[in-house]
Design a protein around this ligand. Structure first.
Ligand code: CUA
Length: 341
């Protein structure tokens, strides 16, 4: 009978919690609005002026009233805050067993890329009941990756990785929107999230099988001659990249200035990306400023290839750096080292 839903379908683990909190806030808003209007109407009758000469009694404040209308709203805000932090913490921290998917937004499409190599445009196929962690970036302007049925969204920011995760609870097809105005075809920057049964998803993955991201990254690593300096055994020219992911790296320079000894940086995706795009931005202890490494901008390493290089670096174990091809010069055809401004 009621075919006008207030909220979209709930199709992820966090959706019911987000809805409960939103409805709680909506209920408080309605409650306060009703209270204000009811008192307004009541008082306009109760305290209407009865004769021309009537002078109303004067009030000079009420301690009880003052304390009441300070404490009660504060408590309501505190409840909303604590509840909000709880839900936010759940939305922001992906479970350890999440599947990684990389998303690149650009005017005007979404590109998705699986660690196993599958790629899609304006679509994302995932398995029901399996947590998925998205690492998102943009090639041009701000976009926002939003799946209303899952109650999650995250900005796609050029030059930076943002993450979000979800765990779908029902098979089906759900809308994907860009929810950040990004140009004339923003409204057409849409897609679908297809939630499949686990077995169907495995079948889908194997049908679309391609070289995995890390393998693609390994090819790039050779093609771009990274191995010339990032050799496993020697750290003469550049740090070894083996097992570097999520380690704390001692720094020597940050944006061109020497830093205090003991300063470190976490080698997460954002740091690895920055070090490829802007090698002189932050320099590891033991190396000189500016970096001898050329800057690999978008014309040399696209955002898709960046994900592949990072996937490769993440997978690189001790002793696995490919042996150096006989090559004595640093790749210099690419221009002088660039300094991030
Ligand atoms: Cu992309 Cu709006």
């Amino acid at each position: 009978m009621w075919d006008f839903p207030l909220v979209p379908e709930q199709a992820s683990t966090v959706a019911p919690e987000v809805d409960q909190l939103s409805l709680f806030i909506l209920a408080i808003n309605i409650g306060i609005t009703v209270l204000v209007f009811a008192l307004l109407i009541l008082f306009s009758f109760l305290y209407a002026r009865r004769s021309e000469s009537e002078v109303p009694p004067q009030y000079h404040g009420s301690m009880l009233l003052e304390i009441g209308w300070s404490i009660i709203p504060s408590l309501i805000c505190l409840v909303i805050f604590i509840w909000g932090v709880k839900v936010y913490a759940e939305i922001i921290v992906p479970p350890a067993d999440s599947t990684d998917v990389y998303i690149v937004g650009r005017q005007w499409m979404w590109k998705a890329q699986y660690p196993t190599g599958q790629r899609e445009i304006n679509a994302l196929h995932v398995a029901v009941g399996k947590p998925v962690k998205l690492t998102i970036t943009s090639e041009d302007v701000l976009h926002c990756f939003s799946i209303p049925a899952f109650r999650v969204k995250s900005d796609a920011v050029p030059g930076r990785y943002t993450t979000m995760w979800f765990q779908p609870t029902k098979p089906g097809t759900y809308h994907l929107f860009c929810t950040e105005y990004c140009g004339t075809e923003h409204s057409r920057m849409i897609g679908k999230i297809v939630v499949m049964e686990e077995a169907d998803h495995q079948k889908w993955l194997s049908e679309k099988a391609e070289l995995g991201d890390a393998l693609q990254g390994r090819k790039l690593f050779s093609k771009l001659q990274c191995v010339t300096c990032h050799a496993g055994e020697s750290q003469a020219r550049a740090p070894s990249l083996e097992e570097i992911y999520m380690k704390r790296i001692p720094l020597a320079f940050d944006k061109g200035s020497a830093v205090a000894p003991g300063t470190t940086v976490l080698a997460d995706e954002n740091y690895l990306r920055e070090s490829i795009r802007y090698p002189s931005a932050r320099i590891a202890a033991g190396f000189q400023y500016p970096s001898i490494m050329p800057a690999y901008d978008e014309s040399l390493v696209s955002e898709d290839e960046m994900f592949q290089l990072i996937a490769y670096i993440k997978s690189l174990k001790k002793g696995q750096t490919p042996t150096r091809i006989e090559q004595t010069t640093i790749p210099s055809a690419l221009g002088a080292p660039a300094v991030r401004k």
